[in-house]
Design a binder for this molecule. Structure first.
Ligand SMILES: Cc1cc2nc3c(=O)[nH]c(=O)nc-3n(C[C@H](O)[C@H](O)[C@H](O)COP(=O)(O)O)c2cc1C
Length: 221
């Protein structure tokens, strides 16, 4: 039985473009693997408490807990880190939907990644090397060559660095840009481009999911 881990990070549900793109990818995955399992982790609706990571690291390093510390209990924090890592390692493929917030990777996504990286073997033993991962990304603005804020999207390069370079995963991305155009005064001239970008991102998300899903179909045949 195949398992897809789906992680969502948008703080909204209705109208979320990154979630809609992930829905497109998930639908294709499910059509290829109707008996498969989709494990969900919703960081947007259920953020991981920010005090968990300091507790795990301090415990691993054997740092004394200050009397006035607000850190999470170490055993609880370690159990959550293990749960998060286990679902990541045991999935056949991973689908992560991430919005751009404040030109960077948001705290709740960073916390999830930091907890994954508490398990050093993810890198040193290549525990997820070659595992397929699809990112569905949504950005309110445009950051392509020639755009005034070209280079301001610090989230995408970070995610690529972690999943493709550090963890050596098989990374594919589907990106919708200019998602704020339909609702932001001054961006009216970009509405058509935003619709094109979103439509193309859905196509890419579905194509990526088909390629990834079929790897496991043929492996099982
Ligand atoms: C708090 C906040 C900060 C945002 N910061 C940025 C930003 O720095 N750059 C950008 O292009 N869009 C920014 N946006 C717009 C989102 O990237 C855009 O609405 C995207 O579609 C959100 O993902 P979603 O549609 O999956 O919810 C921001 C939105 C919010 C709510």
């Amino acid at each position: 039985m195949t398992t897809l881990l789906r992680v969502d990070a948008s703080i909204r549900v209705d109208g979320s473009v990154s979630r809609a793109l992930a829905d497109s990818a998930e639908a294709v995955w499910r059509s290829e693997h109707p008996d498969g399992v989709v494990v969900r982790r919703d960081l947007g609706r259920h953020p991981i408490p920010a005090d968990v990571w300091p507790s795990v690291i301090a415990g691993k390093l054997g740092l004394p807990t200050p009397d006035d510390s607000d850190r999470a209990d170490y055993a609880d924090a370690k159990a959550l880190a293990d749960e998060i890592t286990n679902e990541f390692v045991s999935a056949d493929a991973v689908l992560v939907a991430v919005p751009l917030y404040n030109w960077g990777v948001s705290q709740h996504v960073k916390t999830w990644i930091d907890l994954l990286l508490t398990v050093g073997e993810l890198q040193t033993a290549g525990l997820v090397a070659g595992k397929p991962i699809i990112l569905t990304l949504a950005r309110g603005g445009g950051y392509g060559e020639g755009a005034p804020k070209h280079g301001w999207d610090h989230s995408t390069p970070y995610l690529e660095r972690i999943f493709r370079d550090a963890l050596q995963m098989d990374l594919r991305t589907a990106v919708a840009e200019l998602t704020l155009a339909p609702v932001s005064p001054g961006m009216e001239s970009l509405i058509d481009a935003s619709k094109v970008s979103e439509a193309e991102a859905h196509v890419a998300a579905k194509e990526h999911a088909a390629v990834v899903a079929r790897q496991f179909t043929s492996a099982a045949a």
